[in-house]
Design a protein around this ligand. Sequence first.
Ligand code: DAH
Length: 339
Amino acid sequence: MKEKLDQIKTEALNKIENSTSLENLNEVRVNYLGKKGELTAVLKSMKDVAPEDRPKVGQMVNEVREEIEGALEKSISRMEKALREAKMKEEVIDVTLPAKKNNVGHRHPNTIALEEVERIFIGMGYEVVEGPEVEKDYYNFEALNIPKDHPARDEQDTFYITEDIVLRTQTSPVQVREMEKGKLPIRMIAPGRVFRSDEVDATHSPSFHQIEGLVIDKNITFADLKGTLAEFAKELFGEDTKVKFRPHHFPFTEPSAEVDVTCFKCGGSGCRFCKGSGWIEILGCGMVHPNVLKMSGIDPEEYSGFAFGVGLERIALLKYEIDDMRLLYENDSRFLKQF
Ligand code: DAH
């Protein structure tokens, strides 16, 4: 009997020792101390023990039971403690850790430049309007005095959606859309994306941005155009900036001009930035062609106006002294964060 009890004890203690969970320990309790457990079975078999030996055996059974119970209790409390500690560890908040950086982006140089241009023109009483990027051939070319066979179309080859619908090559069609609305006078700028079938290089991209300007009113003259753009250049590039109007040709303006500003790097004496000339070209402009006014339902005898078109990337590249346009489209935040 003693051997049997010793065996039960060793077995039970061993299992307790090797238990890895509270469930394991509970199994041990049931298997050894439970109603149908092994120790209980020994008690039940007391009837086979000689009466004089019974008290001794009873005492041995009790001792084994106490030992097993003691070991169970210890294991249970040890395990519960470990579980509690693990939970605490899991839930701990280290207040000394640096906060997670909120990775906010940065305004694109194009956006910064555009906001600057908008600020200047809004200050002069202009409205900011927009037109569609997918545009009718009529608005992009025809209504701007560029009929189907006009050579100006060669310079502005684009992506055709259908025969009559294109990705706009310029923001100038927004002029026509505004004039067609029939509300005069007009004082607007129209920023937006334009497309050309150009190869990518340091100064070209198949998709870039322009800002169109249009003023239509009675008695608008070339002097208004000059004054407006001179003021614009000063605000954008600094008080000392001068403008130069070079005769040019655009089908939708007459007369037309290209505008240069004095190099803001060297002030006009000539440097690497302006390729030694002292001047930097920034935009095209002119007096709105009578044909364009007529096609948009405006009487050129009564109204006149001027228009201009600026390349937004060109402004951004100049203003922030970026030497490769491609940088503007890569969206590398290390680049963008410099502006
Ligand atoms: N749309 C012209 C271009 O993309 C730029 C331009 C020139 C716009 C003269 C105008 C203008 O409004 O008057 O080359």
